[in-house]
Design a protein around this ligand. Structure first.
Ligand code: NAD
Length: 295
């Protein structure tokens, strides 16, 4: 049996760890706030009290943490993975972080004889629960092959996209498309409602044509109900759009629509709505149209 040390049992990490356990892996989980590891233990895994304890006997380490500094601390720290993990272990970082940080962590890992992959995911909380995530993987081809059984237990579309850091670059493009699409769906909903159209009927027919997309399929109903419970928090999408903007600038590429939606997300975070789901962009569209009400 392969032992997997799993660090970061949040909205995404806990269901991913549970799916690994269900698939037959021996999963040892650690989260900064303890209750989450206990939830894993109740559902087939084991709870660890520190990162070191989670990774000491692990063949594979998976991290699912919020941001670049969190992953750097957990991998590079004195109490971290490279200090306490087994030499030769596979380290799969599923968090969404900066591509340059992923590439540097892969180099640092190699110095300690760890095989590091960046493997950010898309598909949201439901995809994590269902084990149907899309996973974009950067790193060495042979390490990708070695990681396949672990990735297969949590994902459905799993693609090796290039060397270390490339998974994060692809994820940045994913986040650009998702934010822009949510904004356009939000604008369409407010527009349709303002015209008194039957929005359920309208969205059904839109979903079948060229305007069809995964946001319409999966998020329009909760947007119509004004249910903005996360899901994916606006503050995390704000982080991701910062990554996109920096990476676009580095490549000399302009992303005008990306810049606009970045500012709209930034406005929601600045006024204290960062804990809402990213579909909360709808609130801002309503208010800019003079139709919404601040709570
Ligand atoms: P989350 O905040 O729910 O989970 C992160 C977890 O990490 C929390 O439980 C937190 O306590 C824990 N944590 C933070 N620092 C830690 C540390 N040093 N040691 C141990 N645990 C620590 O976030 P999430 O929504 O699960 O997202 C995780 C990552 O996945 C982010 O990079 C996010 O951008 C990405 N992502 C999220 C979604 C989504 O729909 N929620 C989808 C795709 C990708």
């Amino acid at each position: 049996m392969t032992t997997v040390g799993f660090i970061g049992l949040g909205i995404m990490g806990l269901p991913m760890a549970v799916n690994l356990s269900t698939a037959g892996f021996d999963v040892v989980g650690y989260n900064r706030s303890k209750g989450r590891a206990d939830q894993l233990a109740e559902r087939g895994g084991r709870a660890a009290g520190t990162v070191a304890e989670a990774v000491r006997g692990a063949d594979v380490v998976v991290t699912m943490l919020p941001d670049s500094p969190d992953v750097q601390a957990v991998l590079l720290g004195e109490d971290g993975v490279f200090a306490h993990g087994r030499n030769g272990a596979l380290v799969i970082d599923a968090s969404t972080i900066r591509p340059d940080v992923s590439a540097a962590l892969a180099r640092a890992g190699a110095e300690h004889e760890f095989r590091v992959l960046d493997a950010p995911v898309s598909g949201g909380e439901q995809g994590a629960v269902d084990g149907t995530l899309s996973i974009m993987v950067g790193g060495a081809a042979e390490d990708f092959e070695a990681a396949r059984p672990v990735l297969d237990a949590v994902g459905k579309t799993i693609v090796h996209v290039g060397p270390a850091g490339s998974g994060q670059t692809v994820k940045a493009a994913n986040q650009l498309i998702v934010a822009g699409t949510i904004e356009l769906v939000a604008e369409a909903i407010v527009f349709l409602e303002a015209h008194g159209v039957d929005t359920d009927a309208a969205l059904r027919v839109l979903a079948g044509g060229l305007a069809g997309n995964a946001i319409l399929d999966r998020k329009a109903a909760s947007m119509l109900a004004r249910n903005f419970a996360p899901g994916f928090r606006l503050e995390l999408h704000h982080k991701d759009l910062g990554i996109v903007q920096a990476a676009a600038r580095e490549a000399g590429v302009v992303i005008p629509l990306g810049a606009v939606v970045s500012q709209l997300v930034a406005a929601l975070v600045a006024r204290g709505d960062g804990g809402l789901d990213h579909s909360g962009l709808l609130k801002l569209v309503e208010e800019l149209s003079g139709r919404g009400r601040r709570p």
